[in-house]
Each structure stands twice: as structure tokens, then as C-alpha cells.
Design a binder for this molecule. Structure first.
Ligand SMILES: Nc1ncnc2c1ncn2[C@@H]1O[C@H](COP(=O)(O)OP(=O)(O)OP(=O)(O)O)[C@@H](O)[C@H]1O
Length: 526
């Protein structure tokens, strides 16, 4: 099936989010859409999936112009979309979810679960999904839930799949698996429109790359283009992809966690007797595969999770037992893992979100009244400094693109005097140009003497930012190592292997390997 978008234009008020966009996706092609935050990628995909109506332009399928009044029409035309926030019913099984919305009925009107099961088995075997039709969705890891979404689309005979930042929530291994699946789907003739900010993935899997900037197509590139070339095409200027920060000059140790234990809802130790400290002027990065206690640790520090035992001290003061408000009020900047849940109030304006914890304090409050000019002045300044793409301070944050929402959280948290800065997945969904800026901004915070904790499942980000790296596995810190530690050693530690054994194993595998290794430069498995 060949898809053609011709002159698609979509405005939100005065903002032209898609400005006469042309895009051709051939059958069996993986077409990557690249563009900085707010460029208009999701808007274009929402038009294609019938969620938004274009103001102008046509969608043609196999050269026939079609109109989508809603996602139902798009699905019927063979277009499937896998959203970043899955649309699955967690308590249903895989087969039940696949059946939902397009129940096949047996004579007598009963839902035919057996047919859905069979379809899951068949598609799973064909594309190597490894799905059990009877597994309950909420018990499955995120990467497997995503495959359920893909199977759901395929079961509806989707010939074109839209994947909007599918790897943002995946572990590196899950990402590799998804890339394999994409290749298999392509082999079977399915076309894929793939949106990602990770240039390495684009290079690994795309056949064609189209770059959008400020609502317009600005060019296309072959996957042989370098990451630097792709980045500058996206952003419209040269982007330096390495941070090259100066070595830390650690000062006094002002933040200490001792024997901290946090229990999960099932009573297991999500954080298990963890101790570490961070000095002023240094960045400690917490590395690990998603789900090994890093988020619980970060949240326990600011009181979003109750800790069962241990102590958390900042400047000699015990934080354990404080409410999140009190913890933040004591001078902690915090970037949560999920900006939509803990970081922003989507119905509030950008200006309000930029002073969320401070609106009742000077200079944003005057007595009991808000100092609106000051709140606005702050917003104008932050929008400029952090390059937040918005129609203005009064726009609702919920209207911003994902990456721009993330920038609002960082702008707020990095713009007041801090005694500690903690960021969980600080650059999730952020484009390469903005990552460059945000990383520098975090290093500036460090250099101003703030202890910094970064939690990230992106090894690139960990290695880039860290002065020291704490590796977590199953709730424990496996080891705290210098940032120059080789990636394969870090990788083994992330699988639970203690430092000494990890070094040992790496040395052995290197000495037994007679062929020179070339793929260790980046450490990525793509
Ligand atoms: N429902 C909406 N109402 C108003 N403005 C919107 C709406 N949806 C998107 N926009 C605006 O359209 C522009 C394009 O947003 P879009 O989400 O398409 O960007 P994107 O390229 O997907 O960005 P990101 O990489 O950050 O996800 C942004 O300026 C955004 O604020």
C-alpha cells in the first residue's frame, strides 16, 4: 500500500503546525520522520490517523484520495497507530485487548475469544513477538505491551503502521527487539512511519528520512548520513553531540542517603538498603535497566514514596518523612520520570507551570495576591532561555509538544536556588539540539556548587553527564564507579554482576577474542 500526504496544512489559531507537508511512504518502506520538538511530527501523524482534520491537503492511498473523519476511517483504510501511552486495558488479556473494538462474533452473538487467541498466536509466530494470548497485559513489561499494540493494529489488517516515539519508554534490549520486529514487518510488506529523536535508531532501520522544521519539510536524507548531519538538518545549525564537560571539583558532601529501604506495594524491597552520598559540585548518575528501583529511590528522596527505613540527609537535616512540598521547599529541584503525572498541570498555562511550587512566594506573590506581571516576566525569560516552542506564556501546557513540556519542567526546576537537583530521565522526548542545551545547563548547575543526581536508563546520557556512576540492580547499588568505566563493565553491572567480577569477565572476553572488536566505540548494540 502506498501512502501519499499532499500539501497537508494544519493550524492551531495563528500557529501553523503543518505547513503544506508532502510525504510519500512506499509499500514496505520504513520512513523516519525527524524534527526538533514542536516541529509538527505528532500533529501530522494525528492528521494521518484521523484524529485531527487537516485545514488543507489530501491523503491518498494507492493514488486514491481519501477522507478520514476519525480513527475508525483510518483503521478501515489500513492505517494503524501505536501511541506512546498505550491504549490497552491493563486487566484484560492480550487476546481480549486485541479483540476489543473489533469483536468478531460467532453465530449467536458471542464474542469469539478463540479466534482472537488464534490470531495472536499466528501473528506472534509469524513476526517473532513471543506473545501469550492469555497473559494479562498489566503483568507484561512495557516492551511486550507495545507488541500487543502492534499485534492489535496488524489484527485489523494495518498495512501502514505509525510508531510515534516508540523507543522512548523501552530498554536498550527492547529497542533492539522492536527494531528486529520493524524489519520483519517491512519484509512482509508493511510500511512504517517511525518518529524518534534517537538518530542511531534512524540510521539503523530507516530506508528514507524526512526532516521537518517549524511545520515545513526542510529536506530528506539517506540513512548513510552521519548523526551530525542529521542533527544539523533537524535543528538548522551545527549541533555538538558530545558534552566535553570539565572535570568536577567536588566540594563538601552535603547529601547523604544511608541504609534506605523503600517497599513496593507488594511488600518487596524496591530500594534495598541503599547508601551513597553526593558532594557539592558533582553529578552522580544512577544507571540501571528500567525498573530496578531507581525511580523509587528518586521519589523517596523527595517524599513521593514512603521509605520504610534509613535516612536521607541534606545539609545535616533529615528529609525522611517530609511531604513532597516540604522537601521541594527545602531547596530540592526535582524532574519526575513522567512529566504528565508529577511534573505539570496540563490545564494550567505555561507561565503558571513555570512557578508551580513558588506561586505563593515572593516575587510571584504580593501578600495574598499573585504578582501576575512578575509571573509573566519570568515565563517570557524562561521560554527564551530554554527555547520552549509555545504560542506564549498564557498557552496551556497540555497543548505543547511532548519535548517542549519536558523543557518547561526543567526550566522551572533549574531556575531557582537549589541545594540539590534530582532529575529522572531528564531529556526524555527531547530533541538532540535541546539535549545539548539541557546537559550544559545541568553541568552549569553542578558548577555553581549544587549536588546533582541524574537517573537515566540511557547509558549515553549517564556516561555524558556523570562524574560518578551508581549502578542499580534489583533495588541495590551494585557499585559506584568512575564515569570513565568501560561500557561493557557498566553493562554487566546493570545485569547484577559485581564490579570486580565484571572487570574480570570483560578482561577475559577481551583476551580470548582474537579478532579486533570494532563496535565498542559506542557500546551500543544496534
Ligand atoms: N491541540 C493543540 N492545540 C494547540 N496547539 C497544538 C496542539 N497540538 C499541537 N500543537 C502545537 O503544534 C506544534 C507542533 O506540535 P507537535 O506535537 O506536532 O510537535 P512534535 O514535532 O511532535 O514535537 P515533539 O518532538 O516535542 O513531540 C507545537 O507548537 C504544539 O504546541
Amino acid at each position: 500500500m502506498k501512502l501519499e500526504l499532499r500539501g497537508i496544512t494544519k493550524s492551531f489559531g495563528p500557529l501553523v503546525a503543518n505547513d503544506h507537508i508532502d510525504l510519500v511512504v512506499e509499500e514496505g518502506q520504513i520512513h523516519a520522520l525527524l524534527g526538533e520538538n514542536g516541529a509538527g511530527k505528532s500533529t501530522l501523524m494525528n492528521v494521518l490517523f484521523g484524529l485531527y482534520q487537516a485545514d488543507a491537503g489530501d491523503i491518498a492511498i494507492d493514488d486514491v484520495v481519501t477522507t478520514f473523519r476519525g480513527p475508525g476511517d483510518a483503521l478501515a483504510a489500513g492505517i494503524g497507530m501505536v501511541h506512546q501511552h498505550f491504549m490497552l486495558v491493563p486487566v484484560f488479556t492480550v487476546a481480549e485487548n486485541v479483540m476489543l473494538g473489533h469483536e468478531q462474533t460467532k453465530r449467536g452473538g458471542f464474542l469469539d475469544l478463540d479466534a482472537a487467541r488464534e490470531r495472536v498466536r499466528e501473528l506472534s509466530a509469524r513476526f517473532g513477538f513471543g506473545l501469550d494470548p492469555d497473559a494479562v497485559v498489566e503483568d507484561l513489561p512495557v516492551g511486550v505491551q507495545q507488541r500487543v499494540e502492534i499485534v492489535k493494529a496488524l489484527a485489523r489488517h494495518a498495512k501502514i503502521l505509525i510508531l510515534d516515539e516508540p523507543t522512548a519508554v523501552l530498554t536498550p534490549q527492547e529497542t533492539d527487539e522492536l527494531i528486529d520486529i520493524m524489519r520483519q514487518l517491512k519484509g512482509a510488506g508493511t510500511s512504517i512511519v517511525f518518529i524518534t529523536h534517537k538518530l542511531r535508531e534512524v540510521k539503523a532501520v530507516a530506508d528514507v528520512i524526512t526532516v521537518i522544521r517549524r511545520g515545513k519539510v526542510v529536506g530528506s536524507a539517506a540513512p548513510t548520513a552521519s548523526e551530525g548531519e542529521l542533527a544539523s538538518l533537524m535543528v538548522g545549525r551545527a549541533v555538538s553531540l558530545g558534552l566535553n564537560k570539565t572535570p568536577a571539583v567536588p566540594g563538601e558532601v552535603t547529601f547523604t542517603v544511608e541504609n534506605l529501604t523503600v517497599l513496593s506495594p507488594t511488600g518487596q524491597a524496591a530500594v534495598d538498603d541503599v547508601s551513597f552520598s553526593v558532594a557539592r559540585g558533582e553529578i552522580l548518575a544512577v544507571a540501571g535497566v528500567q525498573g530496578n528501583g531507581q525511580t523509587e529511590l528518586a521519589e523517596a528522596i523527595i517524599g513521593l514514596q514512603v521509605s520504610a527505613a534509613g535516612s536521607i540527609r541534606l545539609d545535616g537535616r533529615e528529609l525522611r518523612g517530609l511531604s513532597p512540598d516540604a522537601a521541594l521547599g527545602s531547596g530540592i529541584g526535582f524532574v519526575p520520570e513522567d512529566r504528565k503525572v508529577d511534573g505539570l498541570v496540563l490545564d494550567f498555562s505555561v507561565a503558571e507551570n513555570l512557578v508551580l511550587d513558588l506561586y505563593d512566594k515572593s516575587p510571584y506573590a504580593r501578600g495574598i495576591a499573585l504578582n501576575l506581571p512578575e509571573i509573566r516576566r519570568n515565563a517570557v525569560q524562561r521560554i527564551d532561555e530554554f527555547d520552549i516552542r509555545t504560542q506564549g506564556p498564557a498557552e496551556h501546557v497540555g497543548k505543547l509538544s511532548g519535548g517542549n513540556q519536558q523543557k518547561v519542567v526543567l526550566a522551572r526546576e533549574l531556575s531557582r536556588p537549589l541545594k540539590l537537583f534530582i532529575a529522572n530521565q531528564p531529556t526524555r522526548g527531547v530533541d538532540v539540539g535541546s539535549i545539548e542545551f539541557l546537559h550544559r545547563r545541568i553541568v552549569t548547575e553542578r558548577d555553581s556548587g549544587t549536588p546533582v543526581i541524574i537517573v537515566s536508563t540511557e547509558l549515553d546520557e549517564v556516561v555524558e553527564l556523570a562524574d560518578r556512576i551508581a549502578v542499580m540492580y534489583r533495588g541495590r547499588i551494585v557499585g559506584i564507579v568512575p564515569s570513565a568505566t568501560p561500557r561493557d563493565v557498566l553493562g554487566l553491572m546493570m545485569a547484577g554482576v559485581p564490579l570486580a567480577d565484571a572487570i574480570d569477565q570483560t578482561n577475559k572476553s577481551q583476551s580470548s577474542d582474537t579478532t579486533p572488536t570494532t563496535d565498542d566505540e559506542t557500546g551500543k548494540t544496534l
